[in-house]
Unconditional design. Structure first.
Length: 449
């Protein structure tokens, strides 16, 4: 067993994906699943476990404390090819799991739009994927995990063992303890390929019709053009697919070769360039309907092809805004928010629209609920972006929706507490040594050490 040095070591910079806010984090790497309580004997600041920093904002930051970097804790512990149950240390990435499991005929039960996230990070944000309407969240497929608390206690959590901590930790933003290992139910596949179909739509009604027609298709997601108004308002491409049932070679994925090489200047992304991108993307699919067999990499992870693509937004970074609005107000709320975004001129070319299904999330604080979710990226222009975010968050609240902490760097304490009224019940499960900049911002809580 390798214990970490008690010196504060590690890479000097740990940034969230949106590169905002920026703090000079102090980092202690965890190399082994027993490390956390040993570390707490030596350090007396508050701390936060972190993974790959693929959250956009400050759920993976702690301004005056220590980040416990879990990525060195990445061993595969057990895999049963009969049942598909895979147990691994929590710092393993989904990319590492895929490299191991795909050649054996297994795939992740739920995956986000990047494979460079850790197992622990995926649980702590209870992430969702393109199959939410049939498979629910990532946490639905976590059968057990170990939670280690700063006092050295270790707990096995599952729906039947310490069920309160199981529910608080799934979607628990890293605040209930360090997840050291977890068991995940993988799903069988016979091919790397996806039976893909892309369909152009114009407007939210057409999007909703396509959603209804694709209820039995495993993966659905849409790209929507948020810059267009008039007859092109809410035009987009509805993308759907199932794992191909035709047997095929199950090779591991090649390593990505492209890296975004530098921080782009602030003027590179403006409303004109984004609107041009959107027009090209919409018309790239020249036919109303396109059918193809596509490898799972471009289907699930188109953005992973260029490592560090967030540099495209320059040093000031980007903000992401993701809401879910329940069905009752989903259509009017989405139309109103899309209009507000178009009016602001703060264009976003990564705009993803999806319907969440009604599979219940196991986490006490999980984000998804039935309705429409929309995720938008914006370059940070402080005088414009933050007022727009405040308006969009208030609109989300008026329509009965909520925002996703994993993507957030701007919601206020009042907004968060209205979105997640159960937050005080959840706070009872927090480890007294663990906190985050997000948690302090949205609860007004001070570090407890
Ligand atoms: C390009 C891109 C696409 C994305 N697409 C999606 C998507 O489709 N759906 C979706 O839901 N999300 C999506 N995300 C967000 C991402 O999946 C989540 O933010 C995820 O949680 C990041 O994992 P991470 O390993 O980087 O964790 P970090 O961002 O480092 O940390 C995330 C949270 O996990 C906690 N944590 C990390 N490790 C542990 C541990 N061992 N024990 C306890 N707590 C821990 C941290 O404290 C923090 O609160 C996307 C992000 C990017 C950059």
């Amino acid at each position: 067993m390798s214990l970490p040095s008690t010196e504060l070591e590690g890479p000097p910079a740990f940034e969230p994906w949106g590169r905002y806010p920026k703090y000079n984090a102090r980092i202690v790497p965890l190399h082994w699943r027993g490390d956390f309580p040993a570390v707490t004997d030596k350090i007396h600041d508050s701390a936060l476990p972190v993974g790959m920093g693929r959250s956009y904002g400050d759920v993976c930051l702690l301004k005056d404390g220590i980040l416990l970097l879990t990525t060195g804790m990445n061993r595969l512990i057990d895999f049963d090819p009969e049942t598909g149950l895979l147990t691994a240390e929590a710092g393993i990435t989904l990319a590492q799991i895929l490299d191991f499991a795909v050649p054996k005929g297994f795939f992740l039960p739920v995956t986000p739009g990047t494979k460079y996230v850790t197992l622990g990070g995926a649980i702590a944000n209870d992430i969702h994927g393109k199959n939410h309407h049939v498979a629910g969240t990532f946490g639905c497929h976590i059968t057990r995990f170990e939670l280690v608390r700063s006092d050295g206690s270790r707990m096995i959590c599952s729906p039947t063992e310490n069920p309160d901590y199981y529910a608080a930790t799934i979607g628990g933003l890293g605040l209930t303890g360090v997840i050291t290992w977890a068991t995940l139910q993988m799903k069988p596949i016979v091919s790397r390929l996806i039976d893909y179909e892309g369909i152009q739509f114009h407007g939210i009604d057409e999007f909703l019709d396509l959603t209804e027609q694709s209820k039995n298709i495993e993966y659905t997601v849409s790209w929507v053009d948020v810059t267009s108004t008039g007859k092109n308002f809410a035009r987009g491409v509805f993308m759907q697919g199932d794992h191909s049932s035709k047997r095929d070679e199950l090779k591991p994925s090649p390593k990505p070769k492209l890296v975004f090489p530098f921080d782009a200047p602030g003027f590179a992304l403006n409303s004109l360039s984004v609107s041009m991108f959107n027009t090209v993307f919409f018309h790239k699919q020249i036919h109303k309907r396109v059918v193809a067999l596509q490898d799972y990499e471009p289907f699930f992870y188109p953005l992973d092809k260029v490592l560090h693509w967030n540099r495209m937004y320059g040093k000031s970074g980007l903000l992401q805004f993701q809401y879910v609005i329940p069905w009752e107000h989903a259509k009017e709320g989405t139309a109103a928010i899309l209009r507000e975004v178009a009016k602001s001129g703060l264009a976003s070319f990564l705009a993803v629209l999806k319907a969440f299904g009604d599979v219940p999330s196991p986490g006490m604080m999980s984000f998804p609920k039935p309705g429409i979710t929309l995720a938008l990226d914006f370059p940070i222009k402080p005088e414009k972006s933050f007022p727009l975010f405040a308006r969009l968050a208030d609109m989300t609240r008026e329509f009965g929706g909520r925002l996703y902490p994993a993507k957030d760097a701007a919601m206020t304490a009042a907004q968060y507490q209205a979105f997640y009224p159960q937050w005080q019940r959840f706070a009872r499960f927090r480890d007294p040594m663990l906190t985050s900049s997000f948690w302090e911002r949205v609860t007004g809580d001070q570090p407890s050490i």
